[in-house]
Ligand binder design. Structure first.
Ligand code: DAH
Length: 360
């Protein structure tokens, strides 16, 4: 027994001096391998009586287990120390500013993202929350519930991308506007509702002012005793805030959308000097968004009583707002991924907001 204890103490003291994983492997083989002290002891059991074998076997086994445990905890100790050491010497300060003079080292915020963030910011201050919906929609949410039935001429204006119909499942499409989020919200939430819904939208169209993928922001307010005056007040305040022009010339021009009645389009006053547009001056009008009072049929399609609830909705194109604010003249620039363009029109991630009007 005392032999065992002596061997154990010796090996444990050896283990305690180990400094590296390499050394640990070597000593482990040396001590626990075939020629190691523990194996020799184990083999010696074949020469003893079965009585002694029981007692010695138990103590040799305990010795083996204790030594294995000591190797294991030593290994953990070395690995932990290694990690701490690497953390110490491989320090990286991610808060350091980029070295000056190399524009490409700093990522830029895309003007579309910046415009969406900016619009969300403004509406958050008006107590709106943000809702989202899927890019792949069905006929019901994109058209039918919005009072655009199958044979409605407005369907043709949407140049819809349909997704090929497999296994006779319900026909799916890429949403042509963010208005289906109105439907999803009215079906899933109880009024009062005060939401905006930014997102990607898709239409089969491609030229300097249209892209097959673009972005819209939808808005919806449902409550009791809501009228057109609320709509006008809110959207005027929003446009003045977004374009940073007080007393912005603005007009609500009667229009038509199947899901609102009455419907209007909002125009804002602008002036074109050379190639650049000055918002809020001059005598020309620029159409910026659609809006109107939610149609009673839309309420009914969402299981809400139009006698009890009223509301208004609006929708705007993000690209158009970004082009007007930042003086970008070709919509296709947004999606080309040209790093030089992004360095010019993008926004710094570290500087405070800068909405300076940039000329093209
Ligand atoms: N969904 C319309 C479109 O894509 C935009 C729009 C107009 C949305 C009027 C509205 C609205 O919510 O009230 O052209």
């Amino acid at each position: 027994m005392s032999d065992t204890k002596e061997i154990e103490d010796k090996i444990l003291s050896e283990i305690s001096k180990i400094k590296s994983l390499k050394e640990l492997q070597e000593i482990k083989i040396q001590e626990l391998g075939k020629k190691g002290r523990v194996s020799i002891l184990m083999r010696s059991l074949s020469d003893v009586s079965s009585e002694e074998k029981k007692i010695l076997g138990k103590s040799y086994n305990e010795l083996r287990v204790n030594i294995l445990k000591a190797f294991e905890s030593k290994e953990l100790e070395i690995r932990d120390a290694d990690i701490l050491n690497r953390i110490e010497i491989e320090k990286l300060d991610v808060t350091l500013p980029v070295r000056p003079g190399n524009d490409n080292d700093e990522g830029k915020i895309h003007p579309i993202s910046r415009t969406i963030d900016n619009i969300i910011d403004i509406f958050s201050n008006f107590n709106f929350t943000v809702e989202t919906g899927p890019d792949i929609e069905n006929d019901f949410h994109n058209f039918t519930a919005l009072n655009i039935p199958d044979d409605h001429p407005a369907r043709q204006d949407h140049d819809t991308f349909y997704i090929s119909n497999q296994d006779n499942q319900e026909r799916k499409l890429l949403r042509t506007h963010t208005s289906p989020v109105q439907i999803r919200t009215m079906i899933n939430k109880k009024p009062p509702i005060r939401i905006i819904a930014p997102g990607r939208t898709f239409r089969c169209d491609d030229d300097a002012t249209h892209s097959p993928m673009f972005h819209q922001i939808e808005g919806l307010v449902i409550d009791k005793n809501i009228n057109m005056g609320h709509l006008k007040g809110l959207l005027r305040a929003f446009c003045e805030e977004f374009f940073e022009v007080s007393n912005l010339p603005i007009r609500f021009r009667p229009s038509f959308f199947p899901f609102t009645e009455p419907s209007a389009e909002i125009d804002i006053g602008y002036n074109k000097i050379g190639n650049s547009i000055k918002i809020g001056q001059g005598s020309d009008w620029l159409e910026v968004m659609g809006c109107g009072m939610v149609h009673p049929n839309v309420f009914v399609n969402c299981n809400l009583d139009p006698e009890e609830w009223q509301g208004f909705a609006f929708g705007l194109g993000v690209e158009r707002f970004a082009m007007l604010k930042y003086g970008i003249s070709d919509l296709r620039n947004f999606y080309e991924g040209d790093i030089r363009w992004l360095n010019h029109y993008g926004f710094s991630t570290t500087n405070s907001p800068n909405f300076d009007f940039k000329e093209d």
